[in-house]
Ligand binder design. Sequence first.
Ligand code: TA6
Length: 291
Amino acid sequence: MSDRPGSPNPRPDRPGRPLPVLTLRHASGAEVEIYLQGAHVASWRPPGGEEVLFMSRHTHLEPGVPIRGGIPVVFPQFSDRGPLPKHGFARTLPWEVVEEGVDATGAAAARLRLTDSEETRRLWPHPFLAEVHVSLDDGLTTTLSVTNTGDRAFAFTSALHTYYRVGDVRRTSVHGLDGSWYLGVAPGGEPTEMRGPLPVEGETDGVYAGAADRLLILDPALNRALVIEKTGFADAVVWNPWIEKARALPDFGDDEYREMLCVEPANIALPTHLVPGQEWSGTQRVRISDL
Ligand code: TA6
């Protein structure tokens, strides 16, 4: 899709039915917006700062349709690695807000919940409770947790498919993948051991199994580094569609690949197994630092 002229990454302004949004405001002036559809963090603006997350100017904002940007929650299936709709169903279903306010540390926080329904059981026959906890202070912390509420074990893959806004992706690099195993995006590829930082010089799409728990995106064009700390997620995914794939995506501008990069904490290489009553959780904390 071709781009309209305009300021870099303005708020999504596509026509379409509006989706309910929850806004969290921290005492510092930082703000986060969360669509209830997908418990989807759509925007994060630190105090006095510019938007950190990328949201396509062409995103759909319609019930049941994936949102192109922010932090889509991938559950219970990453990508096409299984029989479910791509990236699972959590990102397109409405979640319920179960808690919102200021926590004991002074962070503005909210907890959203999704449980199995007839619709999810038709696709994936397992009772579950999924929660997303978002907490805003001088960084942004997002936790996905899943509990097996049924009486049979199940397995799933998951990711926080985070889209970052970058100044010029051709000058960015991702650090923290050294020693991880690049698996490509489809299962069955030959693993390759990663060495050194990953420059983004063309289409980039793959799972890095065993990525470090501290990842960095260096973004010299915006003179900043994004510091990503993850726990409970063993892998990372890095994605930029580059020129041809960008053109093929109907909800993404032809040139928007230059201003975004996805770095996603994930559990893909080894799916998470939960026995009845067991809970898993994975967290990412993101902060901005000068270069
Ligand atoms: O996480 C990377 C990826 O799986 C890519 O292969 C790319 O397809 C991307 O996600 C976006 O997927 P989507 O279904 O949102 O178009």
